[in-house]
Design a protein around this ligand. Structure first.
Ligand code: F6P
Length: 549
């Protein structure tokens, strides 16, 4: 059963011990930790089904982990994990279960929630998706002129865009050569206009992807797609070119999409956790159902590990606790994600939504104020491009920036020895960030310089190091490995939410901006008086005077 006590973890003895431990160890340099313990990598690394996590390059000792595991016990993490797995309504503000893990269960599993086994429902939708994908991929599904589908356009935003977009790009090597998937999310008309100008309505299939089917950005893009399509075809042809993915069958019908062409999912799947559901349809079309099933199996492998491994050997728990250490006890503001894989270049954006929409909260799950730092700003960019852009600040700036480096050991593309160069760069960065470059090393390099130049250059060539990082090494970016990686981050975010006492599954904070936009929209085209602050009034007036109708 859920623990309904107020979250007062910052009043607990272990919280105080962690602060005290941070003060006592904050001057320690990782370089020395490695010198003192030649086995540090072995002690602080972990492999699960071919996914290696090296977490040895952190400002942490055995004692740090002991205290963090005690923290996890204190918040009853195991109990919360079980509550999630069993389908208890841990999303308390929306009174919903949180069961994206159920989407990854194999067909022979059983998960009874309120007396109903959810697995057959999940697999019934998967089978419908499978049949649809096979028809489209084989060319049996024909457009209104009898031609097969060549382009698929996913119209969705947030979780209905980012998850499938990342997976589609990452699994590019597995994609159907005759099908191209496009993602349109932005309400900025250029996104849909520039996508459609390359396409042929006779061979284009649209997926309107929206959990709620009320998101204005998506519905406007769907309207624009429909109008574009109807310039060439008729209403009767829509059924062959528009399908929907949603939990809201009535709204789908009202929009004019045949319920036969709708693939459903459930309110116990959060938007940012929904790529494993029918929201993954664009990916299924691109890579095929078998490949998508391997992605689901990878997610399930991580779930099995997460729900069963002891905390000391539990990858999501360890990753989460490391993050808590830096966010809450070091006060680090940000966390960077650096995938050294071009196919994973949008992964930072997906994790940004996953983490910041989940744990970007200042009150606990029962409304209590949280007097400590919670979710970090997540950012990042693909390596090695990021090295030539912002790594300067990581190496010599003044901020603590914990980083995750993600690197496959093998590439799908054998372009000379370029993959080895990529790997060498990734490892070099984690080494440089950890060890830095000490004065004696710089002196040795500059020994020929005259004194005044040496004095000027020496401090500029020093690298303090001690910048923490985790490295996640995949054997290869397969659907299974990708599933494991994405589920790993989902569980990491959940564990951090439990430690901080946050409900990671609602997102009230995005509503306010939406409400204000509704108010401002009619004001842009009216002459009426404005009652905002002077900045907003001024900007609306500026638009009124400059916009060309
Ligand atoms: O931005 C808020 C949000 O609700 C996200 O959580 C969600 O992924 C996105 O909007 C899209 O929502 P929907 O799938 O309902 O269109």
């Amino acid at each position: 059963m859920l623990d309904y006590r107020r979250h007062d973890i910052n009043g607990s003895p272990v919280w105080a011990k962690l602060h005290q431990h941070q003060r006592a160890t904050r001057h320690m340099h990782m370089r020395e930790l490695f010198q003192l313990d030649p086995q540090r990598f072995g002690r602080f690394s972990l492999e699960v089904d071919g996914l290696l996590l090296d977490y040895s390059k952190n400002r942490m000792t055995e004692r740090t982990f002991e205290l963090l595991f005690e923290l996890a016990e204190t918040v009853n993490l195991r109990g919360w994990m079980e509550s999630m797995r069993r389908g208890e309504r841990i999303n308390v503000s929306e009174d919903r279960a949180v069961l994206h893990t159920a989407l990854r269960l194999p067909a022979d599993a059983v998960l009874e929630v309120d007396g109903v086994d959810l697995v057959p429902q999940v697999h019934a939708v998967l089978q419908r998706l499978r049949a649809f994908c096979e028809r489209v991929r084989s060319g049996e599904w024909r457009g209104y002129t009898g031609l097969p589908v060549k382009d698929v356009v996913n119209l969705g935003i947030g979780g209905s865009d980012l998850g499938p977009l990342v997976v589609d790009e990452a699994l590019g090597p597995y994609a159907h050569p005759g099908l191209t998937v496009h993602f349109v999310s932005n309400v900025d008309g250029q996104h849909i206009a520039r996508t459609l100008e390359k396409l042929d309505p006779r061979t284009t299939l649209f997926i309107v992807a929206s959990k709620s089917f009320t998101t204005p950005e998506t519905l406007l893009n769907a309207q624009a797609a429909r109008q574009w399509f109807l310039q060439a075809a008729t209403e009767a042809d829509i059924a062959r070119h528009f399908v929907a993915v949603s939990t809201n069958a009535d709204a789908v019908k009202a929009f004019g999409i045949d319920p036969e062409n709708m693939f459903g999912f459930w309110d116990w799947v959060g938007g940012r956790y929904s790529v494993w559901s029918a929201i993954g349809l664009p990916v299924m079309l691109a890579v095929g159902f078998k490949c998508f099933s391997e992605f689901l199996a990878g997610g399930h492998a991580m779930d099995r590990h997460f729900f069963s491994a002891p905390f000391e050997r539990n990858m999501p728990v360890i990753l989460a606790l490391i993050g808590v250490w830096y966010n809450t006890f070091y006060g680090a503001h940000t966390h960077a994600i650096m995938p050294y894989d071009h196919g994973l270049r949008r992964l930072p954006a997906h994790i940004q939504q996953l983490d910041m929409e989940s744990n970007g909260k200042r009150v606990g799950r029962f409304g209590e104020r949280l007097d400590f730092k919670t979710g970090p700003v997540i950012w990042g960019e693909e390596g090695v491009n990021s090295q030539h852009a912002f790594f300067q600040l990581l190496h010599q700036g003044t901020r603590l920036v914990p980083c995750d480096f993600i690197i496959p050991m093998n590439s799908h593309y054998r372009v000379d020895h370029q993959h080895a160069v990529l790997v060498a760069n990734c490892l070099a960065q984690t080494e440089a960030l950890m060890r830095g470059k000490a004065e004696a090393e710089v002196m040795a390099e500059l020994s020929d310089l005259p004194g005044d130049r040496l004095d000027m250059l020496l401090p500029q060539k020093l690298f303090p190091g001690n910048q923490p990082s985790n490295t996640l090494a995949l054997d290869k970016l397969t659907p299974h490995a990708l599933g494991m990686l994405m589920a790993l981050y989902e569980h990491k975010v959940f564990v951090q939410g439990v430690i901080w006492g946050i409900n990671s599954f609602d997102q009230w904070g995005v509503e306010y901006g939406k409400q204000l936009a509704q108010r401002i929209l009619p004001e842009l085209s009216s002459e009426g008086a404005l009652a905002h602050d002077s900045s907003t009034n001024g900007l609306i007036a500026h638009f009124r005077s400059r916009h060309e109708y």
